[in-house]
Design a protein around this ligand. Structure first.
Ligand SMILES: NC(=O)c1ccc[n+]([C@@H]2O[C@H](COP(=O)([O-])OP(=O)(O)OC[C@H]3O[C@@H](n4cnc5c(N)ncnc54)[C@H](O)[C@@H]3O)[C@@H](O)[C@H]2O)c1
Length: 268
């Protein structure tokens, strides 16, 4: 489908997308869609080879920069690069994330600290980094990717679930602090999405896609989601089409949270 400059156009938008390098990820699908709708995009990630390949493919409208979202120094360098190349930032999509298995009792402290640093503090640092630039631009839109794990307790993903709940709190706090600067902040909560993280490996992803697998069986719509479906929701939240939305949660899960969750007890 060709995107045009009509409804939902992102012409004039300068967007930072974290976690956009992974070849099958939600971040990459989002970066591609934002470019297709006319935005300039900077992808920040730790997968440099994959990020540079994306830049080589979409180089006029997209650049890649190394960014560990848990590093305040990396955020400062990224912002210098964005402003130098495209001008002030008007959108941030915080998509970077990791999921490590473990209950509260079984998770090693180092794993817990890493998940919180990337999935929670990374989102907080992103808002701190972009807010001054957005204010200079006269406003902007921030989209933080949480998870259905940020709406329920998720067995065996204790630190991940805690961080994803925190993302919703950070969103509300930022929305209330930044509204008078014309900056909107919203959360997206995906369910099972067909990515490396969602399927935890190519073989499992293929099995989920073909057979619906254990995940598809628990989803009322009977299938897992595609990264491009999440990207379209994110693009809506970035665009002026969502001009009165801020501080809100947007669930995209094929009905997962609406249906019985008991069968999903082995998610981790
Ligand atoms: N796939 C799912 O089923 C699902 C469900 C709910 C929420 N999510 C969330 O969606 C987001 C994207 O996940 P995905 O499914 O596309 O997985 P993915 O593994 O394909 O993408 C995650 C990206 O984050 C990057 N990343 C990891 N650590 C980083 C760091 N320190 N700094 C910068 N980048 C870093 C990875 O390199 C990768 O590109 C994550 O926040 C994840 O928690 C995914």
């Amino acid at each position: 489908m060709t995107e045009d400059a009509g409804v939902g156009s992102l012409k004039g938008t300068v967007a930072v997308v974290t976690g956009g390098a992974s070849p099958h990820g939600i971040g990459r699908a989002t970066a591609r869609l934002l470019v297709a709708r006319g935005a300039h995009v900077v992808v920040g990630d730790v997968q440099d080879d994959a990020g540079q390949a994306l830049e080589a493919e979409l180089g006029h409208s997209l650049i890649y920069r190394h960014l560990d979202v848990s590093s305040e120094a990396d955020w400062a360098s990224l912002m210098d690069a964005v402003i130098d190349r495209f001008g002030n930032v008007t959108a941030l999509v915080s998509c970077a994330g990791i999921a490590l298995d473990g209950t509260i009792e079984s998770t090693p402290m180092a794993d817990h600290d890493r998940v919180i640093a990337i999935d929670q503090t990374g989102v907080w640092l992103g808002i701190r980094a972009v807010a001054p630039s957005m204010r200079s631009a006269g406003g902007g839109s921030i989209v933080n990717i949480s998870s259905v794990a940020g709406a329920v307790g998720q067995p065996c993903l204790g630190s991940y679930s805690a961080a994803k709940w925190a993302v919703r709190g950070i969103t509300r706090q930022a929305a209330s602090e930044l509204a008078d600067s014309g900056i909107r902040v919203n959360t997206v909560l995906p369910g099972f999405i067909d990515t490396m993280m969602g399927g935890q490996g190519a073989d499992q992803r293929e099995s989920l896609r073909l057979n619906k697998g254990h995940s598809g069986a628990t989803v009322p719509m009977g299938r897992i989601g595609e990264p491009e479906e999440v990207a379209r929701l994110v693009a809506f939240l970035v665009s002026a089409e969502s001009s009165y939305c801020t501080g809100a949660d947007f669930v995209i899960d094929g009905g997962l949270l609406a249906g019985p969750l008991a069968e999903a007890a082995d998610w981790g």
